[in-house]
Design a protein around this ligand. Structure first.
Ligand SMILES: [Zn+2]
Length: 133
């Protein structure tokens, strides 16, 4: 269970909404540069699942590192909104413990508590190390 108050959730949602708009502007700019009007239309006012599909299409087409990061961020926010709607926001997906508010202020889309995130990154580093060697 999350220990967040309604006020804290509303503040975090505001942070995510601001970032979402900012990133979407960046993505739209790149989409415009790609001169693919259809993909641009796909971004406008679609439910989360379709938005995710539209973003996936752009990610495949775009070879801009910057827009890839923007898209990652937007997808994180979309996923966080889904967790919010499902009442699972602010709860670690690995251990089920509440994610500290201080952590969410820095990473509003965090899906793991700090301990599980460290563990996750350690495993990821091991995997990447294996791939590299
Ligand atoms: Zn955890």
């Amino acid at each position: 269970m999350t220990t967040l108050t309604a006020e804290q959730i509303s503040h975090l949602t505001g942070l995510m909404d601001e970032r979402f708009d900012l990133e979407m502007d960046g993505i739209r700019a790149v989409a415009a540069r790609l001169r693919d009007e259809r993909r641009q239309e796909n971004l406008a006012g679609h439910p989360a699942d379709q938005l995710d599909q539209a973003l996936a299409n752009i990610a495949r087409a775009a070879d801009y590192a910057v827009v890839r990061q923007d898209i990652e961020d937007v997808r994180d926010i979309v996923a966080a909104r889904k967790r919010l709607a499902a009442g699972r926001y602010g709860v670690c997906i690995d251990c089920g413990e509440a994610i500290a508010y201080a952590r969410l202020l820095v990473y509003p889309t965090a899906k793991r508590c700090i301990e599980c995130q460290r563990e996750h990154e350690r495993h990821q580093a091991v995997r990447e190390g294996r791939r590299a060697s």
